[in-house]
Design a protein around this ligand. Structure first.
Ligand code: SAM
Ligand code: FES
Length: 349
């Protein structure tokens, strides 16, 4: 049975077939080629860029894997004010970014009102840009307020769709049910929604990954972010092995074939575990990169995992470096808002 052909044509496989594809390297060459063909049919050679602004590393949560978790007392904490954030957007816009991603830990210092003020100021200054938020779990009312203030996309990885696995990665104060509810709330409000998971997180099994894929099929997100788990020395998971590059690439390809229209980033984490990781991610079917627009003096402090790359360069350098990398992989960065392309509805007679 040609699983890759079946996946390309039917956009789905049985659990058994997926398991075989996920666990074996023998399909990789055909899989990567099929995923690249699919992305080129829909997105050509275009790669969208998102300017990432990591505006706070304070967090009230205590995820076991995350370097900026509350109990990491050795993390030096910082917050950016509205003017700092706007300056990042200003610089980003000048460099050709048309999407800004405001990401941070779950930091109650920023009230809904403060976030809404920041969002509406960005919206009024940069009409031609998308505003993406990635600030964790909030109430539906808060999400609606952000949307009404002008935000249009939201990134919230579900992290793992298995109840039992979720409990191994998070303290009891957090729940998978809440996380999933947030994602459906965001969709209902009208956000373009991104979800995803870490590859090779502690205790993850192939069955968990298949559950992740099944959850994504239910959610039908516009964006899917996956990257390897990388350990951080000041977390309870400091001694766990990092996720692997091959499995991450294989999963990018599988996701591209199941969700041909999705926006899939080639992540910084992938570039951290291998110097060619992001280029290979693009060749495996990814179509987005997210250079850092945060001020250089705080970059090293947003340390989710050890040895994170791109913490020393200015925004322009970072973009230039990625432009070359993308080109060397056979694609090109475009100055575009980079909305998800939607499948044309089938005409029924
Ligand atoms: N607080 C927001 C949230 O929870 O969605 C956004 C920030 S959070 C740090 C962004 C993502 O970083 C998480 O969804 C998680 O998948 C990823 N992450 C955290 N620790 C990581 C690690 N050790 N290795 C790889 N990715 C990690
Ligand atoms: Fe909150 Fe990681 S524990 S962002």
């Amino acid at each position: 049975m040609d699983f890759v052909k079946k996946l390309s044509e039917e956009r789905n496989l049985s659990d058994c077939e997926l398991k075989e594809l996920i666990e074996s390297s023998k399909y990789d060459e055909g899989l990567f080629a099929a995923a690249d063909k699919k992305r080129r049919e829909i997105y050509g050679d275009e790669v969208y860029i998102r300017g990432l602004i990591e505006f706070t590393n304070y967090c009230k949560n205590n995820c076991y894997y995350c370097g900026i978790r509350r109990d990491n007392k050795n993390a030096e904490r910082y917050r950016l004010g509205e003017e700092d954030i706007l300056a990042c957007c200003e610089e980003g816009h000048r460099l050709g970014f048309r999407t800004f991603v405001l990401q941070g830990g779950e930091d109650p210092f920023y009230t809904d009102k403060m976030l809404c003020d920041i969002i509406s100021e960005i919206r009024s200054r940069f009409e031609d840009c998308a505003i993406t938020l990635s600030v964790g779990e909030k109430t539906k009312e808060s999400y609606k307020a952000f949307f009404d203030a002008g935000a249009n996309r939201y990134l919230l990885r579900h992290e793992t769709a298995s109840e039992a696995h979720y409990k191994k990665l998070h303290p009891d104060s957090m729940s998978l049910e809440t996380r999933k509810k947030c994602l459906f709330d965001l969709k209902e409000i009208g956000f373009q929604v991104g979800s995803g998971f870490m590859v090779g997180s502690p205790y993850q099994t192939t069955e968990n990954i298949i559950e992740d894929i099944r959850f994504l099929q239910k959610l039908q997100p516009d964006m899917i972010g996956i990257g390897p788990f990388i350990s951080h020395e000041e977390t309870p998971f400091s001694s766990f092995e990092n996720g692997g590059m091959e499995l991450t690439l294989r999963l990018i390809s599988i996701l591209r074939l199941i969700f041909p229209y999705a926006l899939i980033p080639s992540t910084t984490a992938l570039g951290t575990i291998n110097p060619q990781g992001r280029e290979l991610g693009l060749k495996a079917g990814a179509n987005v990169v997210m250079p850092n627009l945060s001020p250089v003096n705080v970059r090293k402090l947003y340390t989710l995992y050890d040895n994170k790359i791109c913490t020393g360069e200015e925004a322009a350098q970072c973009k230039g470096c990625l432009e070359n990398r993308v080109k060397s992989a056979g694609y090109r960065i475009v100055t575009d808002i980079g909305n998800v392309k939607k499948e044309k509805e089938k005409i029924c007679r």
